[in-house]
Design a protein around this ligand. Structure first.
Ligand code: COA
Length: 192
């Protein structure tokens, strides 16, 4: 599968050597401790919690602070582990987050993301996800990318499809979410 290339993105590195992905409307860059308030505000919306696995509800400032503090160790090892998180920024303001959980020894990674509710429906998740898929293909030389969405999260499934991912399987009753068993739709792309 060739990697989709539209919209285009470009790769640079910040002074710490961390990758920065730039798209026509967005900049994906490392989270800073100063991002915690924006993360807590946007990820704290229950609609973001409802379709994600790892975002607690209620989401307090300390959750954001503690989460961002874990990134330093990830950035120490991103070239070998392929696990990393970026802030999604529009005009300098954080609007969401996107990241990879790597299994670099298998040349594979899992993609995850969220966008703050006020910014839904404007193509931002698709634009950010495409940039990370291109980065995984071009810079990391990944063979396979995968993502799991709760069955019914059609917006996220569509984002992944626009990145070249196709349906792989449904894992039944994979998670217990808000007291209900939910199926997971697994999508993936395998590069040539
Ligand atoms: C899923 C999410 C990231 C989408 O972000 P977004 O920036 O609004 O997404 P985009 O605008 O890039 O694209 C959404 C696509 O889904 C489509 N879509 C939206 N709602 C849909 C629905 N109910 N059924 C089918 N398609 C839908 C849109 O039309 C668009 O496709 P298009 O470009 O072909 O028209 C956002 O809703 C979110 O953060 N949700 C909560 C967290 C989450 O679910 N994260 C993913 C976990 S796997």
């Amino acid at each position: 599968m060739p990697v989709p290339t539209s919209p285009p993105s470009s790769l640079s590195h910040d002074p710490q050597g961390r990758p920065v992905l730039t798209t026509p409307r967005l900049v994906l860059s490392a989270m800073e401790p100063t991002d915690a308030a924006a993360v807590a505000s946007l990820a704290g919306d229950k609609r973001v919690h409802d379709t994600t696995l790892l975002i607690p509800y209620p989401y307090e400032l300390r959750h954001a602070t503690e989460w961002i503090a874990t990134h330093a160790a990830q950035w120490q090892r991103w070239r070998t582990d392929w696990t990393m998180n970026w802030a999604i920024r529009r005009e300098g303001s954080l609007i969401g987050a996107i990241g990879l959980v790597g299994a670099a020894h298998h040349k594979r990674a899992e993609l995850g993301y969220w966008i703050g509710v006020p910014f839904w429906g404007k193509g931002y998740a698709s634009e950010a996800a495409l940039a990370v898929v291109a980065f995984a293909h071009d810079a990391l030389k990944a063979k396979r990318l995968e993502s799991g969405v709760f069955v019914g999260n059609e917006a996220s499934r569509r984002v992944l499809q626009k990145c070249g991912m196709t349906d792989e399987c449904i894992r039944r009753a994979r998670y217990l979410k808000n007291g209900v068993h939910v199926d997971e739709h697994v999508l993936s792309v395998v590069f040539d």
